[in-house]
Write a protein that binds this ligand. Structure first.
Ligand SMILES: [Zn+2]
Ligand SMILES: [Zn+2]
Length: 160
């Protein structure tokens, strides 16, 4: 739950504000126009009136929030966030957003020595040269803790 909350907090305030405005515009449009003019709708119970006023704007509210999320998430992952925000906003039926979630890069890590953002899989920090993970003693590429041999050059890792 807290992870989900962290992700929601990533959505920039303006994206939430735009979502709320769009939703409010739809709410007023639905509430004032058809309910004010359609005699059949006017006889509906209040809950029904509220439901048909509240619901149409909701998908747009979620869409605006998701586009905001794509913007912030792409930025923190070091991706081309301007391009992805446009794709998420402009491709219909949320296909841009789905594409983003399929294609997004893994989260960046922070170098333990200088704090610079580095991609997962890097063996050394590009800023300070500090070691980020185990590296093969022969070819210096990143290796995983359980390996006994380097997958790139075949060197034995038993000493490492
Ligand atoms: Zn560093
Ligand atoms: Zn190697």
């Amino acid at each position: 739950m807290s992870r989900f909350q962290d992700e929601v907090e990533l959505v920039p305030r303006p994206a939430f504000a735009i979502g709320v405005c769009v939703w409010l515009a739809f709410f007023l449009l639905m509430f004032l126009v058809p309910i004010g003019h359609d005699p059949q709708l006017r006889n509906w119970p209040l809950a029904g009136k509220l439901a048909i006023s509240v619901l149409p704007g909701l998908p747009l509210f979620f869409l605006a929030s998701l586009v905001g999320y794509v913007y912030a998430d792409a930025k923190r992952r070091g991706m081309r966030y301007v391009m992805w925000t446009w794709l998420a906003a402009l491709i219909p039926n949320a296909i841009g957003i789905i594409l983003y979630f399929v294609l997004r890069d893994p989260l960046l890590l922070n170098c333990t020595q200088c704090g610079a953002q580095v991609r997962t899989g890097f063996a050394f920090c590009p800023k300070c040269g500090g070691s980020l993970s185990h590296a093969c003693p022969q070819c210096r590429r990143a290796v995983e803790p359980g390996w006994t041999h380097c997958v790139y050059c075949g060197a034995s890792l038993s000493g490492a």
